[in-house]
Design a protein around this ligand. Structure first.
Ligand code: SIN
Length: 484
């Protein structure tokens, strides 16, 4: 891997501003070539305890700094990330697989959370409350919650970190991060740049590890950790939530999705095809907000499917480092097997493969952009996240049918629909049981907007003015006024 700034390739744990080598290491694999990129230190419980103690000590001074002081440091970090964006994109593509253009987009998107919260922390206003008693004055102040544990996924190895770390640090919290074991290098590169920016000792710590369960247990049970922010699967969520309950930690959970993407007969077909593809095939279908079910109104189905097939079959599959690649590899063998299992189940229950359906010639982890039609609610892919480049197409008759099918899931993260009828736009947006709705748009994520789900997709908002609220407590002050 060629980086102009070779310092970005760090291999050790980052604890209390030091690079700590563990006795044990683990392999980081390039999913495109399945070759070894490097080995990194495999952190254990002892390292995690050290990181928590460092973060707790750092909290005492970091939380007392002015918002302006923290903001200025975060802005330096933001700028360093942008200055190193090309290298970070190469690192990201190499360990995660997404095409270079998408990786560069993620670096900028990830950095935008740091800039946004560097500004937002200056506006963490308390309130003065009109008093109900003449001899009392009532007010609130906002204070950082304490040491935060952040547990992040592999599908956005930069942006899912900054979306948690930036509001935490901006508000005055300190952080212990456990990044996904498939993608530790971006996390360590971010730590290197944070150190370069001058973040004080212990404010931000990174434990790379394959011992996810053991480290997760320390992070969710330690009394010094006051908040856990997790992005990942519903199964892991259950364990983390149970473990966090004894010490009553504040939680933010960003879990799976099962996004419907509804194409109504009054949609602009070109906009709908473009939007559905953008949502479905971003990161080879490996996002929690990817269109998981594409619902098409019966009378425009022939026109939509013809245009959709034509567009999907032009998508270029290959190593993300190649210039023209639009679809990179899936993250690992298990991800490919899951896609194959969901397709086999759907076919057995009556679906037809209309395009693709196989492993791509580019290599064992590459999957052909696939379209599967005649889908119904009996199939596993109507209930589970596909997390691969597979469009499952459902057909519906009426607006009421579409809403019923769309809401028929335990998840409630993102939903999309395409319509040019303003009355329908309000009706449908209000009835869809999801935390985020894309209307005539397939890409909806921005630092300025509240990201988060309802139902089994979790709770807590990331990004936006609400994102920082997850890391602060509102303290009430009651001042007695006496005649002295
Ligand atoms: C995710 O897949 O969880 C994140 C996607 C995004 O931020 O747009």
């Amino acid at each position: 891997m060629q980086l102009s700034n070779s310092n970005l390739l760090q291999k050790n744990l980052f604890i209390n501003d030091d690079w700590i080598e563990a006795n044990d290491v683990f392999d980081v694999i390039n999913p495109a070539t399945q070759s070894l990129i490097t080995q990194v230190s495999n952190g254990n419980e002892t390292h995690t305890l050290l990181a928590i103690e460092a973060a707790s000590t750092a909290f005492k001074s970091w939380s007392k700094q002015t918002a302006l002081y923290r903001s200025n440091l975060l802005k330096k970090w933001f700028q360093l990330i942008l200055d190193n964006a090309d290298d970070l994109a190469v690192l990201l593509t190499t360990e995660q697989g997404k095409p270079l253009a998408e990786a560069k987009g993620e670096v900028v998107y990830g950095a935008s959370f740091i800039e946004w919260f560097a500004e937002e922390c200056k506006r963490m206003y308390g309130e003065t409350i009109p008093t109900p008693a003449g001899n009392k004055r009532l007010m609130t102040i906002k204070q950082p919650i304490g040491v935060v544990a952040a547990i992040t996924p592999w599908n956005f190895p930069i942006a899912m970190i900054t979306r948690k770390i930036a509001p935490a640090l901006a508000s005055g919290c300190t952080v212990v991060l456990k990044p996904a074991e498939d993608t530790p290098l971006c996390a360590l590169a971010l730590a290197y740049l944070a150190k370069e920016a001058g973040l004080p000792n212990g404010v931000f710590n990174v434990i790379t590890t394959t011992h996810a369960a053991a480290i997760g247990k320390v992070l969710t049970t330690h009394t010094l950790i006051k908040k856990v922010s997790f992005t990942g699967s519903t199964e892991v969520r259950k364990i983390l939530m149970e473990q966090s309950s004894a010490t009553l930690k504040k939680l933010s959970l960003e879990l799976g999705g099962n996004a419907p993407c509804i194409i109504f007969d009054d949609a602009n077909l070109e906009v709908a095809v473009k939007g559905a593809i953008a949502s479905k095939y971003r990161n080879a279908g490996q996002t929690c907000v990817c269109a998981n079910r594409i619902l098409v109104q019966k009378n425009i189905y022939p026109a939509f499917i013809a245009a959709y097939i034509q567009a999907v079959q032009t998508l270029q599959v290959g190593n993300g480092l190649k210039n023209d690649t639009q679809i990179g590899p899936l993250i690992n063998k298990e991800a490919v097997e899951k896609v194959q299992h969901l397709l086999a189940d759907a076919i057995q229950k009556g679906a037809s493969i209309t395009l693709g359906g196989n492993i791509h010639d580019a290599g064992a982890l590459f999957f052909e952009p696939t379209i599967i039609t005649n889908c119904n609610n009996e199939m596993l892919l109507s209930k589970e996240e596909i997390f691969g480049p597979v469009s499952s197409i459902f057909v519906f008759d009426t607006e009421a049918d579409a809403i019923e099918i769309a809401n028929n899931t335990e998840y409630g993260l993102a939903a999309y629909f395409f319509s040019n009828n303003v009355h329908r736009i309000y009706r449908v947006a209000e009835q869809l049981e999801y935390g985020m709705i894309g209307i005539n748009e397939g890409i909806i994520s921005h630092a300025e907007a509240p990201f988060g789900g309802i139902k089994q997709s979790g709770f807590g908002k990331e990004g936006s003015k609400y994102g920082i609220e997850e890391y602060v407590t509102t303290k009430y002050l009651c001042l007695g006024i006496h005649n002295e």
